[in-house]
Write a protein that binds this ligand. Sequence first.
Ligand code: PHE
Length: 365
Amino acid sequence: MTDINTLKNEISAQVSASADLQALEEVRVSALGKKGRVTELMKTLGDMDPEQRKTQGPALNALKDEIAALIEKQEKALKKQALDQRLVNERMDVTLSVRPERKGKIHPISQTMEELVTIFGAMGYSVAEGPDIEDDWHNFTALNFPPGHPAREMQDTFFLPDDPEQNGEHAKKLLRTHTSSVQIRHMKANKPPFKIICFGRTYRSDYDMTHTPMFHQMECLHVAKGITMGHLKGCLTDFVQGFFGIDDLPVRFRPSFFPFVEPGAEVDIGYFKKGDGIQLGKAPTPEDQRWMEILGAGMVHKNVLINGGVDPEEYQGFAFGMGLERATMLKYGIPDLRTFFESDTRWLNHYGFDPLERPNSATRG
Ligand code: PHE
């Protein structure tokens, strides 16, 4: 009896001292395994005389059951402890902010395009597209720049080998110098009225502080019955005031020449000097008002309508084209055009937009 009690105390002390499942398993093997201490003791029953066995038998069986129960209890406790530990260690704090290194930024040009889609979408325009590799006819001739016209020289670009499957000006391939070629493509492929904007990369062989060989433009074309310059002025004024978020931003039309419009204009917006910098908007006094050009516009030339398959006696329209980098630089105070295309992630982190917190025409960021 003493033996059994001592053994029971020893083993149960070992069981409660087991700090993990592996230690507990070792205790189980040493007590109840094939060569375990309890198992060895049970084997002695065979050598006992019947009287002894009568008392020792039930006592040993009770010991075995008790030890097994203790081990099971400890095992449950250890498993629960391990789970609790994991729940603490692996807890996710859903209130933590997103890890900053995972955050991408929206490029300012993409941001500007989306703002423009919002503004023009609200005015009923849809988005059209055209190819970067154009032919001479769509980029120049159809837009009323005949071969040899001096205005072609203002838009020098990059030329590609002729397309052997095409003839004449359709065979001459080049990188488009403006998005105005999309006016022709859209008119030829659709029936009037037209109310479209188009974004895209455009190319010219220029490179300095304010010119890069590739830049982006937005084109706007509205052709319908009875469209006048009044519509052009209203549309442009609403758009620039909305885009820059300045309700009384002054807008000025200055006569200018583009072969594909008549009359043609350059459009300026007002600014004034403030401290060391400039401020867009209406100057405090008329003498302080300064102007900067932001886009070219005009009434679509009748030759352009004809080349697009539209009867100029029936339909009239306006068009304008704007450089997106320049508008973005002005709106967001970005000083150097070339930085737009250097793919410097520090620049993008500074000037780019958080995908989830972007300004739009409602917040007027
Ligand atoms: N395509 C002209 C440019 O690139 C801009 C423009 C478009 C002017 C439409 C008038 C009408 O300079």
